[in-house]
Write a protein that binds this ligand. Structure first.
Ligand SMILES: Nc1ncnc2c1ncn2[C@@H]1O[C@H](COP(=O)(O)OP(=O)(O)OP(=O)(O)O)[C@@H](O)[C@H]1O
Length: 341
């Protein structure tokens, strides 16, 4: 549905030429939630702004449903843009307008009659869960409610694509989750294609079907979320995946264990889908002469199934440990020896 081909954007800054986006090629399917993750300065904002031509590519094409946006100008471009809406990190609401007046704004611009507008605003208020707050001003709303207004406004003209520019970065974790749940609901109910940019792997884990990792303007890795989580190829991707493990004091624990059990092996196990739901640890304990000490673990859901990470200390003869590791690998569990004491 969305095809980005050979996309480049260079800026002539005072400090010299900046390649903000460098040869990006992505194909996004209809109805999919596609996430682009990267650190600050990676080029995410520039890339997402090229999807609705807020930023014009220096080179390459952006096509939506086969239509090359980069060729459109004036009226045609404005019309095409109605199909590609955007939600912003800092909401970008009109502070002197109430919730319903903010949501009605894009309908006014599109020339929708006042009766139709009222009907549509009522639907949207319900859709985003803002009943009872219609007449409030943005300053009277919580961050999550403000973003709900932003989402309702973005959906007003029935777009085909919703672009989310760090839509939850200004929100606390609980509110972030409620907004992410809302985006999943909308994606399912309306079959809307969602493209989001973020620096948080939690956002990718919770709602995306596929992910692209961006570094220095380039997409260095992309794929289905669970595949990328289980088998990250690039160092930067591994760093992002490790955000999910919440290591806390794990390094201190590892040092301590290394001293106490010099014959042990600390390993990170990664489980996805079915392997996350099987009693693998008890199987290993039954079949092999090893002891397992669980150091930390977490299991969470993605759009495509369960994803679990477990750090354990394996103790026993080297041969038995190796056999246990081979057994786990043969059951589609990722095994990474993180410390060879
Ligand atoms: N209008 C501009 N003029 C000059 N340089 C720019 C411009 N916009 C972006 N850049 C540069 O392009 C690079 C990518 O910026 P971009 O904002 O797209 O990254 P990002 O991944 O979205 O980071 P952040 O989350 O911090 O916004 C940076 O080096 C930035 O300084």
């Amino acid at each position: 549905m969305i095809t980005l081909k050979g996309l480049h954007k260079t800026f002539n800054a005072k400090s010299g030429v900046v390649k903000a986006v460098d040869d990006v090629n992505i194909e996004i399917e209809k109805g999919e939630i596609f996430g682009i993750i990267g650190y600050s300065g990676a080029g995410k904002s520039t890339l997402i702004r090229m999807l609705n031509l807020l930023e014009r590519p220096t080179d390459g094409t952006v096509s939506i449903d086969g239509m090359d946006l980069s060729r459109l100008k004036g009226k045609e471009l404005r019309k095409a843009r109605q199909e590609i809406s955007m939600v912003f990190q800092h909401f970008n609401l009109l502070w002197s307008r109430t919730v319903k007046e903010n949501i009605a704004f894009p309908l006014e611009i599109a020339g929708v009659s006042s009766t139709e507008r009222k009907k549509r605003v009522d639907e949207l208020v319900k859709l985003v869960g803002l009943e009872g707050r219609e007449n409030a001003y943005p300053s009277q709303l919580s961050g999550g409610q403000k973003q709900r207004v932003g989402i309702a406004r973005a959906l007003a003209n029935n777009p085909k694509v919703l672009l989310c520019d760090e839509a939850t970065s200004a929100l606390d974790p609980k509110t972030t989750d409620s907004i992410l749940d809302l985006l999943v609901d909308i994606n399912k109910q309306l079959g809307l294609t969602i493209v989001l940019i973020t620096h948080e792997m939690h956002v990718i884990r919770k709602i995306c079907h596929r992910v692209a990792v961006m570094e220095n303007g380039r997409i260095v890795e992309q794929g289905h979320v669970l595949e990328v989580f289980q088998n990250p190829k690039e160092d930067i991707t591994r760093d992002f995946v490790n955000q999910l493990a919440d290591p806390g004091d794990i390094h201190k624990t590892l040092d301590h264990l290394a001293e106490e059990y010099p014959e042990g092996k600390v390993v990170n196990l990664t489980f996805v889908q079915e392997s996350a739901e099987k009693p693998l640890i008890s199987d290993v304990l039954r079949k092999f002469a090893v002891d397992i000490n669980i150091l930390q673990g977490k299991i969470s859901q993605t759009q495509e199934g369960a994803y679990g990470k477990l750090s354990v200390l394996l103790q026993g003869e080297e041969k038995d440990i190796q056999e246990a590791i081979a057994y786990m690998e043969s059951h589609h569990v990722g095994v990474e020896v993180i410390q060879n004491a």
